[in-house]
Ligand binder design. Structure first.
Ligand SMILES: *[C@@H]1O[C@H](CO)[C@@H](O)[C@H](O)[C@H]1NC(C)=O
Ligand SMILES: *[C@@H]1O[C@H](CO)[C@@H](O)[C@H](O)[C@H]1NC(C)=O
Ligand SMILES: *[C@@H]1O[C@H](CO)[C@@H](O)[C@H](O)[C@H]1NC(C)=O
Length: 452
């Protein structure tokens, strides 16, 4: 599906970093974040069933899905963005997942989220966006299996819309529908049905989800829904090839001024991803030059740390760098623009995360990796030892290794502190790992091509 990679023969290949191993670890991180009843195949020995009573306002079963970060709130907005990005990586770099022996684990990781989104979509115009209350949740430090605070459910509906949340869910479900096409046709159809209903909801009842679910604002503000509406329409087009969706995407693109160059790509700003997908799906020069402009700006002009890491924000520094690496690597491969430069940029950023400065930022990868991720479950000792706030402040390594988690990262001067309490350095979240994992898949794909 991609252009010839002959250009890459001129790049030094044979990396010092084991991208396959890192991909495998990243999937373990997602497994450690699972909520609900765990299957017998659970590979995380220190995790078991939890939050078995999660339910909606009409007592709907809302068990399952993923915990967002260190805490035990389940956040559909970032969970859906994570799902879209992971699925995109699997769709584009399927052979990389196979090569790393991770394809089935990848599918399982996606399905863990999409099964939950199906439950959240309680009726046509109703979707649960959050389970758990922040102040109640953050008063607890310990194992998810032992939490006993009440976990309220929050939703969007006709009176309280959220086009951004519904739109991101559409993207995740449509992308997953495409992924499952070849494995489980009835599941793929079911995902598409939910995606199209939620698309109607998102487009007909407009609003920002954090106005309907106010608790979300402090943590995951959404500053507009124009990008999600466009993103949703594009993913439905990519899945169905129904031209009405690409027409609507282009209408939104104009109406919401999506053509301006963004500074970043993350859950609150999908513009660069939209520009890339429009370029790939239409091959129109205006879209190709728009995404080229974004990548050239990112590589040549974006702020960097002295050691070369792209620096967009102190919160999730590394994930921001991984996300733009994913966009530009993908653009280089699919559109054959500046391929060698974009690939080496992605490698440079990912290698930083894997230890090119002497510090690995991926838990359990390499020699010198984060020992104290800001993550309560893995900070707990083996049972039957109790776990509580003492573990939060304890100065030793987390007793359980949270394999594969990419931490927030260093500051603008490459300064980093491996201290559990310092969430600006050591926070871990679902969305931090998503672009990282999909870029790893792209780098594995390139290594495979070069071997041919
Ligand atoms: C890809 O781009 C390079 C450099 O511009 C060009 O030489 C090559 O022919 C292109 N390959 C394809 C398949 O278009
Ligand atoms: C909840 O758990 C804490 C300890 O983690 C315990 O002190 C408290 O009594 C429990 N509350 C209920 C309602 O079970
Ligand atoms: C397809 O997915 C559905 C829904 O998860 C599941 O019940 C069914 O067993 C799957 N079928 C196959 C053949 O895997």
């Amino acid at each position: 599906m991609f252009y010839s990679l002959w250009v890459l023969l001129f790049i030094t290949f044979g990396s010092a970093y084991d991208y396959r191993h890192a991909l495998k670890l990243s999937l373990l991180f997602y497994e450690a974040q699972r909520s609900g009843p765990l299957p017998a195949s659970n590979r995380i020995t220190w995790r078991s069933d939890s939050a078995l009573d999660d339910h909606g306002l009409n007592n709907e079963d809302l068990t399952g899905g993923y915990y967002d970060a260190s805490d035990y709130v389940k956040f559909s907005f970032t969970m859906a963005f994570t799902t879209t990005i992971l699925t995109w990586g699997m769709l584009s770099f399927r052979h990389a997942y196979n090569e790393a022996g991770q394809y089935q684990h990848g599918l399982d990781a996606i399905k863990w989220a999409t099964d939950y989104f199906i439950k959240c979509h309680a009726s046509k115009y109703e979707f649960y966006g959050q389970i758990g209350d922040f102040s109640l949740d953050h008063a607890f430090w310990g194992r998810p299996e032992e939490m006993n605070m009440t976990r309220p459910a929050y939703k969007i509906d006709i009176e309280h819309p959220g086009s951004d949340l519904a739109g991101e869910a559409v993207a995740a479900l449509a992308a997953a529908s495409l992924l499952f096409e070849n494995f489980n046709q009835s599941y793929s159809d079911e995902l598409l049905r939910h995606a199209t209903e939620l698309y109607d909801f998102a487009t007909m009842y407009r609003g920002l989800y954090h106005d309907s679910i106010p608790g979300a604002k402090v943590y995951y503000e959404s500053t507009g829904y124009g990008d999600e509406l466009t993103w949703a329409a594009i993913w439905l087009y990519k899945k169905t090839k129904d031209v009405k969706y690409i027409e609507q995407a282009e209408t939104f693109y104009t109406k919401f001024r999506i053509k301006d160059r963004p500074n970043e790509f993350f859950y609150n700003k999908k513009v660069a991803g939209i520009q890339l997908l429009l370029a790939e799906l239409t091959l129109r020069p205006e879209y190709i030059s728009t995404i080229k402009n974004f990548c050239d700006y990112t590589i040549k002009e974006q702020i960097r740390t002295p050691k070369g890491l792209i620096f967009i924000d102190k919160s999730g520094t590394l994930s921001h760098a991984a996300n733009v690496a994913f966009i530009c690597l993908h653009a280089g491969l699919t559109l054959n623009i500046s391929q060698a430069a974009y690939v080496s940029f992605a490698k440079e950023q990912i290698n930083y995360m894997l230890g090119s400065t002497g510090q690995s930022f991926v838990v359990g990868y390499g020699q010198n990796y984060p020992k104290q991720p800001h993550h309560s479950a893995s900070s707990c000792p083996n049972l039957p030892e109790p776990c509580g706030w003492k573990q939060f402040t304890w100065k030793g390594p987390n007793p359980q290794i949270l394999y594969g988690a990419l931490v927030s990262g260093p500051d603008q001067n490459d300064h980093y502190e491996d201290v559990r309490e310092e969430f600006l350095y050591n926070e871990v979240t679902l969305d931090y790992n998503a672009g990282f994992q999909s870029t790893l898949a792209g780098l594995i794909y390139i290594e495979n091509e070069n071997k041919l």
